[in-house]
Design a protein. Structure first.
Length: 441
């Protein structure tokens, strides 16, 4: 179908959108997603569930505790994101918010180096994991809002896709570095750095490396953000936020205004919240399920992570090009259909080989869904409203962020099988697909 591009009074070339600005923006994602892959997905979460929580005592299932910790992180973000969205409505504040949240995520990740291979460290470790996930999520509000200053309606798909692709490639490079330097091999020492396995020393050193990675790659955007934002037309008065309560009052006013202006935007916020939580579930629990249910070794799951990220990056780039040509909604619908079918197929097979083939196929469709979701919202948002709508985007995403972890835990407990947790994730993806079909773009 032919996509209507909303009429916008922007020049053909956005003043702030120099190539180096777009590159700095993509590099931040490279740092953020790389660190997140190590912390939440492939290394620290597996270390907590497989090593730290191994003999956590009767009644403690580490995988279930991981689900609970991420649920709490999601609720925290849901509470804070709308206020943050109001705060960064003024472009000048986007840089400050991004700087604070980036520094927080780096500090928390570095602190993970203190979590020893002892059951008494399971809950402090989960608390650090949850807080890092929350800081990363909140940082996406000012980060996504910057896309307005860097793109036009005709280029948003490609630039958004480039950001996601940079994120995945960052994961690849960092995972490869962590695997070869800190994890690879057998015996009492691991990796090229020959770090002792005892007391989790190799993983704890890897967390310092992950923190340094984000610090290095995140800095370029924090430096460039000032000039990028100064080039932006300020569409809103730089009003004082008036605390959390004032922010929530304005969120309610904004939601009603958006509903009157275009009810589809509010419908889209709800639909994308559901399917994006399903996507997060795929990545969050994929590594744990691969190790526990499909017999992939804890070392090989890192190699899977590398391959998965390369595939997702290629998907994001291809999806970004498709997005600018046919529109964001067809990209989202096709990708979600494929993911539901592939997740169902994963439930009916076993063994490492089947996990590799179907798991990688699944990852091909994650990037396009994420990238197109961001551009679809940007194109639907009114000029100068991107701070608010991305605040709502993150809030609604986190308001239902308990869904995938909760459904995962329900299916794991109900069927007494870690593999069954994938069924819970598939249910969330299918619900998101049903919801997006009702949205007119």
């Amino acid at each position: 179908g032919h996509r209507r591009v909303p009429a916008m009074t922007r020049p053909a070339r956005v003043p702030g959108a120099r190539r180096r600005d777009v590159l700095a923006w993509a590099l931040w994602d490279c740092g953020s997603t790389g660190m997140n892959a190590i912390v939440v997905t492939f290394v620290f979460s597996v270390y907590l569930t497989n090593t730290v929580g191994l003999d956590a005592g009767p009644g403690v299932i580490p995988e279930s505790a991981l689900g609970v910790a991420l649920t709490i992180a999601g609720i925290t973000v849901a509470v804070l994101a709308p206020a943050l969205g109001e705060l960064v409505q003024a472009p000048a504040r986007r840089r400050t918010a991004l700087t604070v949240l980036t520094a927080l995520a780096v500090t928390l990740t570095a602190t993970m180096s203190m979590v020893r291979a002892d059951p008494s460290y399971l809950f402090p470790g989960l608390a650090l994991l949850a807080a890092t996930a929350a800081a990363g999520d909140l940082a996406s509000v000012p980060y996504n809002a910057m896309l307005r200053q860097l793109s036009t309606p005709a280029t948003a798909g490609r630039i958004s896709g480039l950001g996601w692709a940079a994120g995945y490639l960052g994961s690849v490079v960092l995972l490869a570095l962590i695997y070869t330097g800190f994890v690879r091999g057998d015996g009492s020492t691991r990796g090229a750095l020959d770090l002792p396995l005892a007391d989790g020393a190799n993983v704890r050193a890897a967390m310092l490396a992950a923190a340094a990675w984000f610090a290095v790659f995140g800095t370029a955007l924090l430096v460039r953000a000032g000039p990028i934002m100064r080039a932006a037309p300020v569409a809103v008065p730089d009003a004082e936020p008036g605390g959390l309560a004032g922010a929530y009052r304005r969120v309610w006013v904004d939601l009603r205004a958006e509903w009157r202006r275009d009810p589809n935007l509010v419908r889209f916020l709800a639909a994308s919240a559901i399917f994006r939580d399903g996507l997060v579930g795929v990545f969050t629990f994929g590594a744990v399920v691969g190790v526990k249910a499909y017999g992939v070794s804890a070392g090989d799951i890192l190699l899977f992570g590398v391959a998965a990220s390369v595939v997702a990056a290629l998907g994001a780039l291809a999806g970004g090009i498709a997005d600018d040509r046919v529109g964001a909604k067809p990209v989202i619908v096709v990708s979600l259909c494929a993911m539901v079918l592939l997740t169902a197929a994963l439930l009916s097979v076993s063994g490492p080989a089947a996990f590799w083939v179907l798991g990688l196929a699944l990852c091909l469709f994650i990037g396009p869904t994420q990238s197109a979701s961001r551009t679809m919202l940007l194109r639907m948002a009114g000029e100068g409203r991107e701070g608010v709508v991305f605040g709502l985007y993150t809030m609604t995403g986190r308001a239902v962020a308990f869904l995938a972890p909760w459904m995962f835990a329900v299916f794991v407990d109900g069927f007494d099988s870690v593999r069954a947790g994938l069924g819970g994730v598939a249910v969330v993806l299918a619900a998101g697909l049903a919801a997006i079909l009702t949205v007119r773009s």
